[in-house]
Design a protein around this ligand. Structure first.
Ligand SMILES: CC(C)(COP(=O)(O)OP(=O)(O)OC[C@H]1O[C@@H](n2cnc3c(N)ncnc32)[C@H](O)[C@@H]1OP(=O)(O)O)[C@@H](O)C(=O)NCCC(=O)NCCS
Length: 136
């Protein structure tokens, strides 16, 4: 069974293996834990049979107008089971009183987010790929 939580209680780097799979230089599990702890909001999907985190979403917010969904990932073996959609829904509910919830995504993922009521918008970004792993 997949369980959802907004709490990092009891989560260690051992629970966070396998993420960043599509990236050339993914963050280590230790760095993943730092990312989760440094975020203003986190939702986790946990496989209760293995006690493993199999999906997560992180968001940053000013607490007044805006929240930004910074990362969303579901492990490949668990994709296509609505887990990603449920994680997005949790963020949208958590920040339902704010003016805007923002994210950047590739064009082919827009239909996925549109199903949660989000609309395409234009964005800008600087990406420093040498910093992708989050290691200093
Ligand atoms: C995107 C992601 C979080 C979706 O999680 P999920 O649990 O599989 O999502 P759901 O089961 O709720 O929805 C699956 C739908 O998303 C679509 N989808 C997932 N990844 C997609 C992609 N890269 N391009 C286009 N559509 C995609 C699937 O086609 C599926 O649509 P369908 O139900 O019509 O077949 C997951 O595929 C993932 O972790 N991908 C790698 C990391 C990533 O791209 N994160 C988002 C960064 S903006």
């Amino acid at each position: 069974m997949i369980e959802y939580t907004d709490s990092l209680s009891g989560i260690t780097e051992d629970h966070l293996h396998g993420f960043g799979g599509g990236w050339p230089s993914p963050p280590s599990p230790k760095t993943m834990l730092k990312i989760l702890r440094g975020s203003d909001y986190v939702a986790l999907a946990i496989d209760s049979e293995t006690d493993r985190v199999i999906g997560f979403i992180t968001a940053l917010t000013d607490g007044v107008l805006s929240a930004y969904i910074s990362l969303l990932e579901v492990l490949p073996a668990y994709q296509g089971r609505s887990i990603g959609s449920k994680l997005v829904r949790r963020v949208l509910e958590r920040f339902s009183d704010l003016y805007e919830v923002v994210l950047l995504c590739d064009r082919d993922l827009q239909p996925f987010y549109e199903r949660s009521g989000m609309k395409p918008a234009t964005g800008m970004i600087i990406r420093r790929f040498q910093r992708q792993s989050g290691e200093s």
